[in-house]
Design a protein around this ligand. Structure first.
Ligand SMILES: Cc1ncc(COP(=O)(O)O)c(C=O)c1O
Length: 467
């Protein structure tokens, strides 16, 4: 049996009360769209009060095992002592100075020594700062305007060059998106086709070096070779893959080094720091000693703030000390194997499972036709939350240990058991209170026909409607 809605409303009483006011104060009621109300079941906690290790607590004081980890901003776990202590020591000595701080020098030297891809580095605060900087640098270096992005990779930046290409591109001049081209992962022919069509116009290729599938047939090396041959810059976005796949970047594991790489998210274990790293002759364009036209690379008031810089060094040192990456690979494998075995045992393996790389597992929820099912995903998340498991997506960290896996599997088993008859009787949507989770990148909040929000501005009216 799934949890009665009244019981859940009682469980999240304070959450519901605060959320109502919060939405009158902040548009979207969140500072990241992926943490918003439309990304969670209606009957769910709305606000988190604090977190430690692999656990977090909502404002109603319900405890959760947190498998999401603040949009993947953690590799060691919440409030990790070695990182927090380094930050506290640093912040007591001042957080921003009138000339570059000594930490900017020290951390730059540390990263250039650590990461083979880094001949030079430049710091930002968010991932978007550095992917945007990489694209701008590539355009400046090549004198070309077009960018080629991997079609299967869902997010690179909050900046116009990327958001213009999504269905949520209101407020951006229409012609911006005309500069963006798409290629497909593991499809070198799609790369060749772009060079054939626009060979001296493409400034860069940007992609996550790996996401959910292995690079096949030497794809990454062939892509690099084609970029070199055609004078384009190869940018690997390591926001999610960096550290998790390999401390030196996922690209290092596959032995293919891009011209530029971008790191952020978990690299500073929850503190704000992002890094553009790459080849000296390209990076130098943002410098002040060359004779070329100046390039306004990254120049941010808060980029030199000491807190994020102290955090990045403490995080990477601790990751090396405890071999966090290996722990993440092992624990992710145990998660995937355990979840899939449970689904098999409970007779729901056609509908619920885990896939992807061991270090970066992803959920899979399908309906009876085998199509991805957001209603099933929403109901599963709702029932896990009701039992103290927060898992809309999966971010395994060093803080996740066997005890967390054990409790999670206990809950997954119960939830799968209760959902099985609902799935078999086609009652998932009826069982759900409120809307299913919606894609972030949609044109309207709700579409008029099906309330799904999927209708694209440029598509014929209600093209997604099946009724
Ligand atoms: C692969 C990737 N690149 C870039 C970004 C942008 O990072 P940020 O939100 O820190 O600006 C994200 C954010 O989700 C991402 O997943």
């Amino acid at each position: 049996m799934i949890t009665p809605p009244d019981e859940l409303r009682k469980r999240y009483q304070k959450s519901f009360k605060l959320q109502e006011k919060f939405h009158t104060l902040v548009p979207g009621g969140s500072h990241t769209y992926s943490k918003g109300e439309d990304q969670q079941p209606h009957l769910s906690p709305k606000l988190v009060s604090h977190a430690k290790g692999a656990l977090c607590w909502d404002v109603d004081e319900n405890e959760y095992i947190d498998w999401m980890m603040g949009n993947r901003t953690f590799v060691l776990g919440h409030a990790y002592d070695a990182v927090d202590n380094a930050v506290i020591d640093t912040l007591r000595k001042g957080t921003n100075f009138s000339r570059p701080g000594i930490l900017e020098y020290e951390i730059a030297e540390y990263l250039v020594d650590l990461w083979p891809v880094a001949e030079m580095v430049k710091f930002g605060k968010n991932g978007s700062d550095v992917t945007h900087a990489a694209v701008k640098l590539a355009r400046a270096y090549t004198g070309r305007d077009f960018i080629a992005k991997c079609a299967e990779h869902p997010f690179f930046s909050t900046h116009d060059w990327f958001i213009s290409t999504t269905p949520c591109n209101n407020g951006i001049p229409a012609e911006i998106k005309d500069y963006a081209l798409n290629f497909k992962y593991n499809d070198i022919k799609s790369v060749e086709a772009l060079f054939d069509q626009h060979h001296d116009k493409i400034a860069c290729f940007i992609l996550e070096p790996v996401k959910d599938v292995e690079p096949q047939d030497d794809f990454l090396q062939k892509l690099k070779d084609l970029c070199d041959k055609n004078g384009a810059i190869l940018i690997f976005d390591e926001m999610i893959s960096g550290i998790r796949f390999d401390l030196l970047g996922a690209h290092h594991k596959w032995g293919v080094y891009p011209h530029l790489a971008t790191f952020g998210k978990c690299v500073s274990n929850g503190y704000s720091c992002s890094v553009l790293a790459g080849q000296r002759d390209i990076m130098e364009l943002g410098g002040i000693f060359h004779d070329k036209e100046r390039t306004f690379l990254l120049s941010q008031t808060h980029a030199s703030e000491t807190v994020g810089l102290a955090a990045i060094r403490a995080t990477l040192e601790e990751c090396q000390k405890v071999n966090a990456t290996q722990h993440i690979w092992d624990t992710g494998k145990a998660f995937k194997d355990g979840m899939n075995a449970l689904a098999q045992q409970e007779g729901v393996s056609n509908f619920i499972g885990a896939a992807g790389f061991d270090c970066n597992p992803v959920f899979s929820f399908k309906d009876k036709s085998g199509a991805p099912s957001l209603p099933l995903m929403t109901l599963f998340i709702q029932e896990c939350l009701a039992r103290g498991i927060m898992a809309s997506w999966l971010t395994v960290t060093y803080a996740h240990k066997q005890e967390h896996l054990d409790r999670t599997f206990e809950v997954f088993g119960e939830v799968m058991k209760s959902l099985k008859p609902i799935i078999e009787n086609d009652e998932v949507s009826e069982a759900l209170v409120g809307d299913p989770i919606k894609p972030v990148m949609r044109t309207y909040n709700k579409c008029l026909q099906r309330q799904c929000g999927l209708v694209d501005k440029s598509a014929p009216k209600a093209s997604c409607c099946t009724e």
